[in-house]
Design a protein around this ligand. Structure first.
Ligand code: NAP
Length: 255
């Protein structure tokens, strides 16, 4: 029960395959009470059903992370339900399909802006608006990917957005550290999800990882969730501004 008595907000559940949902289940297993956001009416039903499957009542709030007013409303709602929170899970990313199909050099201004707004700035906006309701020792995590630092063909603008996200994690960790709030990233290996389906050649990425990763397999979503729980829990109290790789070791291999 690593998160016994802790309350947290999970942003990024789309369906039962979402990494955010795996983290929510693991956090619930460890005793946490959870609130969720959903991106819009389209996802309301599936997130409501998933949240209900945890038993008890988990407050739900609509929140498109590109909309500051909706972020504020969601945080106000969390405050009304929970008072304060002990953790925040950011598992949100988006890029237009065409930006992930062609060469990176063809990236449009609009596509670049949108990918960085949804996938990178959203962490800053959420941390900023949630700062007043974080308890002392609170923990923020964001999901990232190795394409932030090495070229993964066709990951394109999403790699640039993840690089910005990882830098934002460090800057937020520095600022919020004064309030004893920790901020870390979980860099997950490829996992079959809705968002992953938008990346051209995703199946090949999984095959390559399986053949080259030290553990000779792809990571399981539950392993990503367990690492996330570690970073959300007091067991990681001395760690902030870090990126934790949960990728069967793929990132350490040069060739
Ligand atoms: P997912 O289930 O599709 O989750 C992505 C979430 O982002 C969805 O809930 C999506 O909602 C949400 N989102 C997109 N635009 C949004 C917006 N404007 N406002 C609010 N929410 C928005 O896929 P996932 O793979 O679990 O992704 C979760 C995180 O893990 C992402 O940051 C992703 O980059 C990261 N990650 C994934 C992998 C992988 O291989 N799957 C590996 C490393 C890191 P909609 O469905 O409505 O767009």
């Amino acid at each position: 029960m690593l998160l016994q008595g802790k309350k947290g907000l999970v942003v990024g559940v789309a369906n039962k395959r979402s990494i955010a949902w795996a983290i929510a289940q693991a956090a619930h297993r460890e005793g946490a009470q959870l609130a969720f956001t959903y991106q819009g009416e389209r996802l309301k039903e599936s997130v409501t059903e998933l949240a209900a499957s945890l038993g008890g009542t988990s407050p739900l709030f609509e929140c498109d992370v590109t909309n500051d007013a909706q972020i504020q409303q969601a945080i106000d709602g969390v405050k009304a339900s929970f008072g304060t929170i002990d953790f925040l899970v950011h598992a949100v990313a988006f890029a237009k399909r065409e930006e992930l199909e062609n060469e990176f050099v063809t990236t449009s201004r609009e596509g670049f802006k949108m990918a960085l707004d949804v996938s990178s700035y959203s962490l800053v906006a959420l941390a900023q608006k949630a700062a007043p309701i974080f308890s002392e020792g609170a923990s923020i995590i964001a999901l990232t990917y190795y394409g932030a630092e090495k070229v993964i063909p066709r990951y394109n603008v999403m790699g640039v957005a993840k690089a910005a996200l990882e830098a934002a994690i460090r800057y937020l960790a520095f600022d919020l550290g004064a309030k004893k709030i920790r901020v870390n990233g979980v860099s997950a290996g490829p996992v079959q999800t809705l968002a992953a389906r938008g990346i051209s050649g995703f199946t090949d990425m999984m095959k390559i990882v399986e053949s080259r990763a030290p553990l000779r397999r792809n990571v399981e979503i539950g392993e990503v969730a367990n690492a996330a729980v570690f970073l959300l829990s007091p067991l990681s109290s001395g760690i902030t501004g870090e990126i934790l790789y949960v990728d069967c070791g793929y990132n350490i291999v040069g060739m």
